[in-house]
Design a protein around this ligand. Structure first.
Ligand code: BTN
Length: 334
């Protein structure tokens, strides 16, 4: 079954045009050859080239001389991603947007309309990217990874938060393999580097009291941002800023999806320990970190004291009480 075409999603033939360009980089291809290969009129080719230019793809040339790419763009088109995800559960139904409000919002809608497990929603830019606790997620065009995965796991709703932690670990492994960096994961959903935020996970679900209907896992990673808005510059970083060089978003996303698939099947097969034990090993925040916990009006200080089997963080409070954090922000304090 081919993916349903969603309002605003990238036309599959436009994506083919990008793939054709990418596979013939720097070679001029005439408008009529393009029109023939992707099955549209020459005037459509011209219009699409203009649209690609508008979104920052550097297409040179004219209809009569032929078009070519000045530089292969790092655009996450379904065709290019699919080539890297042969045999993967995430390579089958990829919904790409040049711009959308939030990939989580789109994936949530897909969840309600019987879209199968494994669907992926990707955007080059989000105009209303969602972060945790109702915050906004800064989603500058074609610099970060903004992707949401649709899952239909046979788990109970109380286990769903494990998927957030698991996604953080999958991203951690993919980043490490691609860049050689050693990021950190902070309970429950942050990817950190040198005390700044590199990425985050936002999991949402539709569930009955005892059974999950579907879960969507939204992943945001700062990849090639060179600067952030003033209010974020002290707390956010990107892979480019940390490594000093640009990174392929396509390669990183493909790695991440492969890691995620392996981790997901391990979680379903082996249970929560596969996530909590690894999280405890990898995260500098799991034990012995002095933190401040803020949840609504409540704030307290304590030292992290490990994870409970269902993935909740424990804190030894200053007053001696051992408490479990169900929700809230955990920040390092001195
Ligand atoms: C956080 O606050 O740390 C979670 C951020 C999650 C951002 C991602 S970007 C892709 C997906 N779509 C959204 O609207 N949000 C998530």
């Amino acid at each position: 079954m081919a993916p349903t075409s969603l309002p605003g999603a990238t036309d599959r033939r436009l994506a083919s045009l990008l793939t054709l360009f990418a596979n013939n980089a720097t070679i001029a291809i005439s408008g009529s050859r393009i029109a023939k290969e992707i099955g549209v009129s020459r005037s459509t080719v011209w219009r699409w080239v203009e649209r690609l230019r508008e979104v920052g793809v550097r297409v040179k040339g004219r209809p009569n001389t032929g078009y070519f790419l000045e530089r292969v763009p790092d655009i996450l088109t379904p065709d290019l991603l699919r080539q890297q995800l042969k045999g993967s559960m995430f390579g089958k139904r990829i919904h790409h947007f040049f711009r959308t409000d939030s990939t989580n919002r789109v994936a949530m809608e897909l969840g309600y309309t019987n879209e199968p497990e494994g669907a992926v929603v990707i955007a080059e830019e989000q105009t209303a990217g969602r972060g945790r606790a109702g915050r906004n997620w800064h989603s500058e065009r074609a610099t970060g990874i903004y992707a949401t995965l649709l899952l239909r796991p046979k788990i109970s709703p109380v286990q769903a938060p494990l998927l957030t932690m698991m996604a953080g670990l999958s991203a951690y492994t993919a980043i490490q393999a691609q860049t050689g960096l050693q990021p950190d994961v902070k309970w429950p959903n942050d990817l950190m580097m040198n005390g700044k935020k590199l990425g985050g996970i936002l999991t949402e679900m539709h569930a009955e009291p005892t059974v999950v209907r579907f879960v969507i896992v939204g992943i945001g990673i700062n990849v090639n941002q060179e600067e952030f808005p003033a209010e974020l510059s002290a707390i956010a970083t990107s892979l480019r800023a940390e490594t000093g060089r640009g990174q392929s978003r396509l390669e990183l996303l493909a790695r991440l999806l492969r890691e995620f698939e392996t981790d997901y099947h391990r979680l379903l097969r082996d249970g929560s320990g596969s996530v909590t034990e690894r999280f405890a090993q990898v995260s500098s925040y799991a034990t012995g970190k002095k933190v401040r916990v803020t949840n609504g009006n409540e704030t307290y200080v304590g030292v992290t004291a490990g994870l409970r089997p269902e993935g909740l963080l424990q804190i030894q409070r200053e007053d001696g009480a051992l408490v479990t954090v169900f929700a809230g922000d955990v920040t390092e304090t001195r």
